[in-house]
Design a protein around this ligand. Structure first.
Ligand SMILES: C[S@@+](CC[C@H](N)C(=O)[O-])C[C@H]1O[C@@H](n2cnc3c(N)ncnc32)[C@H](O)[C@@H]1O
Length: 337
C-alpha cells in the first residue's frame, strides 16, 4: 500500500554524511583522545579543543545520539567502550588512521562522484595526471596518514588471517604491497616459527621498519624493495596481497597474479584479501562502495567477487583455490600452486 511507504530510509541514507562528518571531525579534533584521560564537561572540552561556543553542545550531544559518546548526570561526556579502545590515539589499538585519511582526502573527493561516474576518471590528487601512489607519496604527511590508514583498515582481517590460515604448514611469508606491515607483524607475533617480511616501494621502507621494530620483530621481518610491475616478486612459501588487486585494471590484476604464481614454490600459497563483493553482487554494500572508491582513487581499479578472483587464479595456473570469509565485509581467496 503506498500510504505504508515512507521516505525515511531514503532521507536517512541521503543525509548520512552529516553523521559521518561529525564523527570524522571529532577524530580530527582529538576529542576521543582527550576524553580517554577522563570525563569532561562542555566548557572544558571547548577549552581543550578550541571550539566556538555556538555549536559545541550540539556537536557533543549529536555524538551521544550517534552512540559515539556517553553523557552522565553531571553533564560530563565520556567515550563509549568502543571509541575509548579504538579512537584514542594514545592506545596501540587505535584504529582511526583510515578515518583520518577519509577525512583529509576522501570526504572532499567523493564530492565529485557524479563527475567520476560520467567521465570514468579518478577524482583525487591524480585528477591532473600522475598516479595515486605518486600523488600520495610525494608528501611525507600524506604518506604517513595513508600508511597508518591502511593498517587501520586491515587490522581486523589480518587478525583473522593469522588465526585461520594453516600457518603451521609453511615457514616463510612475504606481504606484497605491505604498507606498514600490519599483516606480517600480526602473523609473526602469532606464529613464532615464521620469518619473511614485506615488499613495497622504496619510499615505504622507513615506515615498515619503524612499525616492525616497534613490535620487536626486526630480526624476523625484512623489507623487500621494488615495484611490482617492473621488478620480479620475492619468493616465500606464502605470498599475500591485501587491498592490492582492487587498485588495478583487469589486465594489471592478472599480471600481478601471474607474477605471484611465478614467484611461489610448488605447493606455495597466495592469499588475496579485501572487501570481496558477494558473488551475487547484492549484499556486500561496503565492497561495492569500495569499488566506487576505486573509481575516485585510481585509473582502472575495481573490486570483484571471490568467484572472479578464483577464475583469474585458475587462469594463471593455481591448481586449487578457495574463498573464506574473514570478518565484516572482508574475505580472502587462497590459491595453491
Ligand atoms: C592499498 S595499499 C594496501 C596495503 C596493505 N597490503 C593493506 O592491505 O593494508 C596498497 C599498497 O601497494 C603498494 N604499492 C603501490 N604500487 C606499488 C608498486 N608498483 N610496487 C610495490 N608496491 C606498490 C603501496 O605502497 C601500498 O602500500
Amino acid at each position: 500500500m503506498p500510504n505504508q511507504l515512507s521516505p525515511e530510509k531514503i532521507a536517512q541514507l541521503g543525509l548520512s554524511f552529516w553523521g559521518s562528518k561529525t564523527l570524522l571531525s571529532a577524530i580530527e579534533l582529538g576529542l576521543f583522545t582527550e576524553l580517554a584521560k577522563g570525563p569532561l564537561d562542555t566548557a572544558e572540552i571547548r577549552r581543550r579543543l578550541a571550539l566556538h561556543e555556538r555549536s559545541a553542545r550540539d556537536f557533543l550531544d549529536a555524538l551521544v545520539a550517534l552512540g559515539m559518546l556517553e553523557r552522565d548526570e553531571q553533564q560530563r561526556y565520556r567515550n563509549t567502550p568502543e571509541t575509548d579502545l579504538f579512537l584514542d590515539r594514545a592506545k596501540p589499538t587505535y584504529a582511526g588512521g583510515m578515518l583520518e585519511m577519509a577525512n583529509a582526502r576522501l570526504f572532499t573527493f567523493w564530492g565529485s562522484l557524479t563527475e567520476g561516474l560520467r567521465t570514468g576518471e579518478p577524482q583525487n590528487e591524480a585528477k591532473t595526471g600522475g598516479d595515486l601512489f605518486d600523488a600520495i607519496y610525494s608528501d611525507p604527511d600524506r604518506l604517513e596518514c595513508f600508511l597508518e590508514g591502511m593498517t587501520g583498515i586491515s587490522l581486523g582481517a589480518v587478525a583473522v588471517i593469522a588465526e585461520k590460515f594453516p600457518w603451521q604448514n609453511y615457514k616463510t611469508v612475504i606481504d606484497i604491497g605491505c604498507a606498514q606491515g600490519a599483516l606480517p607483524v600480526k602473523v609473526a607475533l602469532t606464529h613464532p616459527h615464521l620469518t619473511g617480511g614485506g615488499y613495497d616501494l622504496p619510499v615505504v621502507q622507513p615506515a615498515f621498519e619503524k612499525y616492525v621494530a616497534s613490535h620487536g620483530l626486526t630480526q624476523r621481518l625484512k623489507f623487500y624493495c621494488g615495484s611490482f610491475f617492473t621488478d620480479p616478486l620475492p619468493t616465500a612459501d606464502v605470498l599475500v596481497m591485501g587491498h592490492i588487486l582492487h587498485d588495478w585494471n583487469l589486465e594489471e590484476k592478472k599480471v600481478l597474479l601471474r607474477k605471484a604464481y611465478d614467484a611461489l614454490p610448488a605447493n606455495g600459497a597466495l592469499i588475496v584479501y579485501e572487501a570481496l563483493i558477494d558473488d551475487e553482487r547484492r549484499t556486500n554494500a561496503f565492497g561495492l562502495l569500495m569499488s566506487l572508491n576505486m573509481l575516485i582513487e585510481t585509473r582502472g581499479g575495481f573490486d570483484y567477487t571471490g568467484a572472479d578472483c578464483q577464475s583469474w587464479m585458475a587462469e594463471v595456473g593455481f591448481r586449487e583455490t578457495r574463498v573464506e570469509h574473514l570478518c565484516g565485509p572482508d574475505s580472502m581467496v587462497i590459491g595453491i600452486k
